[in-house]
Design a binder for this molecule. Structure first.
Ligand SMILES: Nc1ncnc2c1ncn2[C@@H]1O[C@H](COP(=O)(O)OP(=O)(O)OP(=O)(O)O)[C@@H](O)[C@H]1O
Length: 612
């Protein structure tokens, strides 16, 4: 339960709705509790008026609510026939039911609506927090887990802030109202009626514990079933190309059977719940009729037929709230477990932050890596070793090296997706850790290896982060990235939806759209991380020619496996196992006969084979 205290701030925020909602519950139950008293009165009245045999005069009116007392006073003063009074009382009972229903409607309108507001706030809070967390957090947690916390867990917490709160207040108020009037009426009979209650509470607790455990197991089975199905859809091309549909189906069927057997077990236990509840309620009714009936026959107390009828109605009024104890408790338990999971993430502090009020200096494009070492926290792999490099503003630098040599890591450190384990990175004279984080990232145009595209229009994908960009600027960026013509060729041009809901772009088209997105940013530093790997040599040449124009006054870092002979770099940095193996120009490195020369020779050999 302590985990749920995290939502108290929302109850405080919506305190007005909460208080009004509780008031409506009380009013609704107040009107509810008047009906048995009015019923009791009319039974007594009819017996008295018709002088039915065995009727004993007794005074119950003082035990009724003030409003009912006044009503009785008014009705008895009317001097109507018995049938007329019965009709008036009947209409009153209907009115009371209508009033009860009306306030119940208001109660749902306030409490359930409040829970929807809280759900909205909590979803935003969780999403906002996710956005702040760093790359290491995303490596450590799966997307499925993040998604389920934001949707399922938040929904389960809503069941606490809405229905559970409503049922608990309802339960407490109905019990208080009923007990108050039952005790006022007849203490001994009330105690008899309540006798089966401890047994009832024990059974509810016992059955509910089993239901809770079984539904947790069912939930876990369901989540593995969903993950299984999700993976099958995501990997459908691999499954089909390996002709593994039937194997996947069997796997799914096993999971599904497991789910079914757990679900039926749960259904069996749940089937016990309501009958046992009815049994105890029935027992209470029986006790009322028996004890009350005997007392009436013996004439030993003030109990009349009206009292017995009233008590039976009170017991029925208690049926729903008492039977809701079980699932309300389990709703609260589930909400607490979900909030615990949410708290785990909400309490995770982003490791990559800037000091409040960190400066936003003008970025010239000069970059210094000083003795940078970096170890990936999740794998312990040392990706960079004592890396020192000075890039002057406006220089064009290539990072070349075998796969896994640390090239991408350099880009990620520059963007502060991770911070170096030791050493520092400076932009101008400022350590990047002291610069406003958003300002730093806004000043670096980055094309990652796997340029992700959103399921949105091509134009929106290119204008990502530059939402106000004109159509001309978007088209100009696409032109530099040599994808403009192809986009115009689509039936809906720049308004074509890409991704799951629309056109699937080729690998090369995706790469060029992500290049266009980075170019539109017009940042002083541009990093292309293996961004031309999926384009053909001719397109590559055109892109490089256009980029040469584009980045005249910018610092550019090109991370690549391929060696671009057409492009004149100020320096080429050759990486090997996280260290700088060589630095120089194309000619000097080829003449040196080291790793670069070897990579270049291999590439040429590959090109020759491809050309033959
Ligand atoms: N997110 C990560 N978590 C753990 N280890 C990583 C992560 N990313 C990269 N590594 C490891 O760090 C080392 C350097 O990787 P990096 O991606 O920087 O190499 P790269 O030169 O860019 O390779 P490629 O050209 O194949 O992209 C590799 O050994 C890799 O396995």
């Amino acid at each position: 339960m302590k985990h749920l205290s995290a939502v108290n701030k929302y109850f405080w925020k919506y305190r007005f709705r909460l208080v009004v909602g509780i008031f409506f519950i009380l009013v609704s139950n107040y009107f509810g509790i008047l009906a048995p008293q009015v019923t009791g009165f009319i039974i007594d009245f009819v017996q008295r008026s018709l002088q039915l045999p065995g009727y004993r005069q007794h005074d119950n009116v003082r035990a009724y609510d003030v409003l009912v007392q006044q009503f009785i006073h008014w009705v008895e003063g009317l001097q109507y026939s018995v049938a007329g009074i019965v009709a008036i009382v009947g209409i009153t009972i209907i009115l009371l039911a209508l009033l009860r229903g009306l306030f119940m409607f208001f109660m749902r309108q306030t409490i359930i609506v409040m829970s929807r507001h809280i759900e909205y706030n909590q979803k935003n809070e969780v999403f906002g927090h996710y956005q702040q967390l760093d790359a290491a957090f995303y490596k450590a947690n799966s997307t499925g887990d993040l998604m389920s916390r934001m949707s399922e867990d938040v929904s389960k917490v809503r069941m606490y802030t809405g229905p559970a709160v409503m049922y608990v207040v309802n339960l407490v108020s109905v019990i208080c109202f009923c007990l108050y009037f039952m005790f006022r009426r007849d203490v001994a009979l009330t105690l008899y009626v309540l006798a089966p209650l401890p047994l009832l509470a024990g059974t509810i607790y016992f059955v509910n514990t089993i239901i809770h455990r079984k539904s947790e197991q069912l939930q876990a089975t369901l989540s593995s079933l969903t993950t299984n199905a999700q993976q099958s859809y995501a990997g459908i091309r691999v499954i089909k190309s390996f002709a593994q549909e039937s194997a996947m189906y069997r796997f799914f069927e096993d999971n599904s059977l497991n789910y079914r057997s757990r679900a039926t077990e749960l259904a069996k236990i749940e089937a016990l719940y309501f009958p046992s509840m009815t049994l105890f309620i029935g027992l209470s009714t029986l006790v009322t009729i028996m004890v009350g009936g005997l007392a009436y026959i013996n004439g030993s107390s003030n109990i009349g037929v009206d009292t017995i009828v009233e008590f039976v109605i009170y017991i029925n009024m208690l049926t729903f709230p008492v039977s809701a104890i079980g699932w309300t408790a389990s709703m609260i338990q589930r909400a607490a477990a979900s909030q615990k999971r949410l708290n785990e993430f909400l309490l995770t502090q982003p490791a990559i932050v800037h000091e409040p009020g960190a400066p936003k200096p003008a970025i010239s494009g000069e970059i210094r890596f000083e003795g940078v070492n970096f170890v990936y926290p999740n794998t312990g792999i040392q990706a960079l070793k004592d890396f020192t490099l000075h890039i002057k503003a406006g220089e064009k630098v290539a990072f070349v090296g075998r796969t896994g040599s640390g090239k991408t890591t350099l880009a990620q450190l520059l963007l502060r997706l991770f911070d170096p384990t030791s050493g520092s990175i400076l932009l101008g004279n400022q350590n990047i850790q002291n610069i406003d984080l958003a300002h730093l990232r806004r000043n670096i145009g980055y094309v990652p290896q796997d340029g992700f595209l959103f399921s949105d229009t091509v134009a929106q994908n290119i204008a990502f982060g530059e939402w106000q960009a004109s159509q001309e600027r978007v088209a100009a960026a696409a032109h530099t990235a040599v994808v403009d013509e192809e986009i115009k060729g689509f039936a809906k041009g720049y308004e074509t939806i890409v991704g799951e809901r629309g056109v699937t772009l080729s690998g090369g088209q995706k790469q060029r759209v992500s290049i266009a997105r980075a170019l539109l940013k017009d940042a002083p530093v541009l990093i292309l991380d293996d961004s031309l790997s999926a384009v053909d040599t001719r397109t590559e040449k055109t892109i490089l020619e256009r980029l040469d124009q584009y980045w005249q006054h910018k610092t550019a870092i090109i991370i690549t496996h391929r060696i671009f002979r057409h492009l004149q770099f100020d320096k080429i940095v050759v990486l090997d196992e996280g260290r700088i193996a060589e630095i120089g120009t194309h000619e000097s490195l080829v003449n040196r006969g080291g790793l670069y020369a070897e990579l270049f020779a291999q590439q040429q050999k590959g090109d020759d084979v491809a050309n033959n």
